[in-house]
Ligand binder design. Structure first.
Ligand SMILES: Cc1cc2nc3c(=O)[nH]c(=O)nc-3n(C[C@H](O)[C@H](O)[C@H](O)COP(=O)(O)OP(=O)(O)OC[C@H]3O[C@@H](n4cnc5c(N)ncnc54)[C@H](O)[C@@H]3O)c2cc1C
Length: 330
């Protein structure tokens, strides 16, 4: 980071109600890979108002703003990342409240009886899954074992074979590029496989429509799904879960083909570059071992994608978000 860059970003943040850290080691300390570079500036706002002003100032000054959630789907390039990285871990961004009404208009979510939970984007999804299940609120048990902040889960429409977070989302509050608060609901909100329609830079909160259920049953279901996931995936290793999206089957059926199976069939299970290895247990998990760098992981992903394209004719698209210096979005 040049002193000019640091000076201009300093002037954007210095009078705001935020914690600010320059040259913050976000790759090794705040991502699940535990590798990669630093953020020129890491900002932890203490209030929504401060975050709105920060977003507006970033737009006005041409400074890129990125949000770091739990870092479970993120790879920070070794050279680090410029602009402002925001982390929503302060109290104001972790609150949860229950709303005794439904503002649910989305197809599929419509018409469910029960409470909506309003949850701020910085809340840990793992904690939310446990606390709602324990209270006997059903709807997000399928998210058991998915490490995420609520904002990161919405951005990625995280999920698995039993459903995804979007299935339960009634409305999402965001901050747009101008720093204004906006709400997306109804036809304005669409979730697809590992993506959502929101283009605003900051997801601030989500309203989840949950259904009253027997707490023992919901909690039991969470434990079951977690155990199933743990049995098939290397959960304890340093990874970002699945590195690639599952591609569509070529027969037009809409069916997804397992990217892990394709990587396995291309002969790359267990293959390593530097300290990065393709997991023997699940070939879509790329593991950062001792001495791994972000470049090792990127090279290994590129190698796997080329092998699958050359040998099997499928184009793999990365699910992991990569942050690079100079790139607007990774
Ligand atoms: C062991 C392991 C298992 C996993 N299993 C699964 C699984 O079963 N299913 C699945 O879908 N995923 C899985 N993942 C991937 C990961 O859990 C999800 O992608 C999750 O949604 C990432 O959330 P996060 O908060 O960590 O986001 P991050 O990794 O921090 O960020 C991901 C993207 O979301 C954006 N983002 C984060 N917060 C916000 C916000 N508030 N506003 C705007 N943008 C935001 C970031 O800028 C970035 O573009 C797994 C990962 C690991 C490490």
């Amino acid at each position: 980071m040049t002193s000019q860059t640091s000076g201009s970003v300093r002037s954007i943040v210095e009078d705001l109600d935020c914690e600010v850290e320059f040259d913050a080691p976000i790759g090794p300390e705040m991502t699940w890979y535990r590798v990669g570079g630093r953020a020129d500036v890491l900002v932890r706002p203490r209030s929504v108002e401060a975050l709105c002003i920060l977003t507006r100032r970033c737009r006005d000054s041409g400074t890129t703003i990125r949000v770091l959630g739990s870092g479970a789907n993120l790879l920070v390039a070794d050279e680090g990342v410029d602009g402002v990285v925001v982390h929503l871990d302060q109290h104001a961004f972790r609150e949860v409240s229950t709303i005794h009404r439904h503002r649910v208009h989305r197809a599929g979510v419509e018409g469910r009886a029960g409470d909506a939970v309003r949850v701020m984007a910085g809340k840990s999804l793992e904690q939310l899954v446990i606390s709602t299940a324990t209270q006997g609120l059903s709807g997000i048990e399928c998210m058991a074992g998915v490490p995420a902040s609520v904002g990161g889960a919405i951005r990625m429409n995280a999920g698995g074979k039993y459903g995804c977070i979007g299935d339960a989302v009634a409305a999402v509050g965001c901050i747009n590029v101008k720093g204004d608060l906006v709400v997306h609901e109804g036809n304005d909100l669409c979730f697809e496989y590992r993506r959502c329609s929101i283009i605003d830079p900051i997801i601030l909160w989500a309203e989840l429509a949950l259904t009253p259920a027997d707490p023992e049953k919901t909690h039991g279901r969470v434990k079951e799904i977690f155990a199933e996931k743990k049995a098939s995936q290397p959960m304890a290793a340093n990874s970002a879960g699945c590195a690639f999206r599952n591609p569509l089957a070529p027969d037009g059926s809409g069916r997804l083909i397992s990217a892990g199976e394709l990587i396995d069939r291309a002969g790359l299970k267990g293959y390593s570059i530097g300290g990065a290895t393709i997991s023997e247990r699940h070939a879509n998990f790329f593991i950062a071992g001792d001495g791994a760098t972000a470049s090792d992981l990127i090279e290994l992903m590129d190698r796997a994608a080329s092998a699958v394209a050359d040998r099997l004719g499928y184009e793999l698209v990365r699910e992991v978000v990569v942050w690079r210096r100079g790139a607007h979005v990774g």
